[in-house]
Design a protein around this ligand. Structure first.
Ligand code: PLP
Length: 394
C-alpha cells in the first residue's frame, strides 16, 4: 500500500501551501516514533498524568442481566479529562514540543478535544488556540469556559453551518499561515496523511492494554470488540492490535441520529459515498449534488460527516463491521449502564453499549465481549434530561 493510503482511501488532498507542513510533520514523526527517549517520556505522561493503564472492568451485573456473552468495559472514561482524547493530545503535544513548536491549534465540536488540547498546552507551557463553530460555542458554553480557564483562546467560527466541519477548515487555513511555530493538533483519525496514522498510533495504546489485560484475566482473546465511531479514533485505537487476530470481530457503532432513512443522521458507512474532503479520500455524508450534508446526532462527538480512511478501508475489505445506532437506542443504553453498573457513560460510548446489548444475549456464556467506554457522561446529563422532557440547569 502506498504511503498514507488505506486501499483507495486516505492520501493528501491539500493546497500546495500545506505540503511543507505535512512533510515536516511526517519526517519528525518517523524519527520520534522510534526514539526510545520520546517513547519513555510519552509512557510517563500516560501513566503519571493521564492515569493509564485504564481498567478493563468485568461488568458482572450487566453480563448476568443480559444473559449471554461475558462483558468487559475498557474504561477510557477514567482517564484525566474524562475520555480517550488525552492519549492522542499528549502524543501530539510532545511531538510538537520536540519539533520546536511553541503553539498548538485545534478544532473542536462539542469541546472535548479542545479541552484536552488546552490541558496539554497548559501542562507543556505552550500557547493554545481552539477553533470552534459559533453554534457549538453557544451549545457548549461550559467547555468554552474550561478552555479559557486552562489558558486557551477560543475563536468562534462563523462560516458555513458554524459547526465542527467549519472549525476543521478554519484550523487548516490558520495552520497554512503559521507553520513555523505552530502545530495543528488534529482530534481524530482523519485529515491528510500523516494525521490518520499518527492519531491511530497514539490511540492504539487502548488495544495494546486490552490484549494484555484480557490475556491476564481470561487467558484468551475476546470474541468481539465494540467501539463508537465519529471520526474513528477510539475505535481504531481499540481495534489496532487485533487487526491480525481474525477470530476477533471488530464492530464500529455509528450515530444514526433519528434513523438512517432520514436526513437527520451521521451514519457515514450506512448512508455516505466516496468523496474527498478535509484533505482525505474516504466516505462522507453527501447530498444529491455531492455537497457535504449537514449531519445530526444527539451526541456532539459523533456529529461529523465523514469517517477516517482506515475505517473506510476496513469496511471495504470486510475486516471490521459498521452498524448504525439511533439516538433513542443510545439514550436507553446510557440509562441502562447508569442503573446496572453505576457508571454514567458518554452518550457517544452509549452507542457502542447499545449495540452490545443487542448482540450479547444471543452469544454463548463462554464468549467475551469488550466494549470501549470512550468517555464519561457527566457532560451529557443536561442534554439527556432535556431529551426525556426534563429541563435542568447546567
Ligand atoms: C470525541 C469523542 C468521540 C468521537 O471521536 P472518535 O475519534 O470517533 O473516537 C467518542 N467518544 C467521546 C467520549 C468523545 O469525546
Amino acid at each position: 500500500m502506498s504511503k498514507g493510503r488505506f486501499g483507495v482511501h486516505g492520501g493528501q488532498y491539500i493546497p500546495e501551501t500545506l505540503m511543507n507542513a505535512v512533510i515536516e510533520l511526517e519526517e519528525a514523526y518517523e524519527h520520534y516514533k522510534n526514539d526510545p527517549a520520546f517513547n519513555r517520556e510519552l509512557a510517563a505522561l500516560f501513566q503519571e498524568y493521564a492515569g493509564r493503564p485504564s481498567r478493563l472492568y468485568y461488568a458482572a451485573k450487566m453480563t448476568k442481566d443480559l444473559g449471554g456473552g461475558k462483558i468487559y468495559l475498557k474504561r477510557e472514561d477514567l482517564n484525566h479529562t474524562g475520555a480517550h482524547k488525552i492519549n492522542n493530545v499528549l502524543g501530539q503535544a510532545l511531538l510538537a514540543k520536540k519539533m520546536g513548536k511553541i503553539r498548538l491549534i485545534a478544532e473542536t465540536g462539542a469541546g472535548q478535544h479542545g479541552v484536552a488540547t488546552a490541558t496539554a498546552a497548559a501542562l507543556m507551557d505552550m500557547e493554545c488556540v481552539v477553533f470552534m463553530g459559533e453554534e457549538d460555542t453557544k451549545r457548549q458554553a461550559l467547555n468554552v469556559y474550561r478552555m479559557r480557564l486552562l489558558g486557551a483562546e477560543v475563536i468562534p467560527v462563523k462560516t458555513g453551518t458554524a459547526t465542527l466541519k467549519d472549525a476543521v477548515s478554519q484550523a487548516m487555513r490558520e495552520w497554512t499561515s503559521r507553520i513555523s511555530d505552530t502545530h495543528y493538533c488534529l482530534g481524530s483519525v482523519m485529515g491528510p496523511h500523516p494525521f490518520p496514522t499518527i492519531v491511530r498510533d497514539f490511540q492504539s495504546v487502548i488495544s495494546k492494554e486490552i490484549k494484555e489485560q484480557i490475556l491476564a484475566e481470561e487467558g484468551r482473546l475476546p470474541d468481539v470488540i465494540l467501539a463508537c465511531v465519529g471520526g474513528g479514533s477510539n475505535a481504531i485505537g481499540s481495534f489496532y492490535h487485533f487487526l491480525q487476530d481474525k477470530q476477533t470481530r471488530l464492530i464500529g457503532c455509528e450515530a444514526a441520529g433519528r434513523g438512517v432513512d432520514t436526513w437527520e443522521t451521521a451514519a457515514t458507512i450506512a448512508t455516505g459515498r466516496l468523496g474527498i474532503f478535509h484533505g482525505m479520500k474516504s466516505y462522507f455524508c453527501q447530498d444529491a449534488d455531492g455537497q457535504i450534508a449537514p449531519v445530526y446526532s444527539i451526541s456532539a462527538g459523533l456529529d461529523y460527516p465523514g469517517i477516517g480512511p482506515e475505517h473506510a478501508y476496513l469496511h471495504d475489505i470486510g475486516r471490521a463491521e459498521y452498524v448504525p445506532v439511533t439516538d433513542e437506542e443510545a439514550v436507553q443504553a446510557f440509562e441502562y449502564l447508569a442503573r446496572t453498573e453505576g457508571i454514567i457513560p458518554a452518550i457517544e460510548s452509549a452507542h457502542a453499549l447499545a449495540h452490545a446489548m443487542k448482540i450479547a444475549p444471543a452469544m454463548p456464556p463462554e464468549q467475551i465481549i469488550v466494549i470501549t467506554l470512550s468517555g464519561r457522561g457527566d457532560k451529557d446529563c443536561a442534554a439527556i434530561a432535556r431529551y426525556r422532557g426534563e429541563d435542568i440547569h447546567e
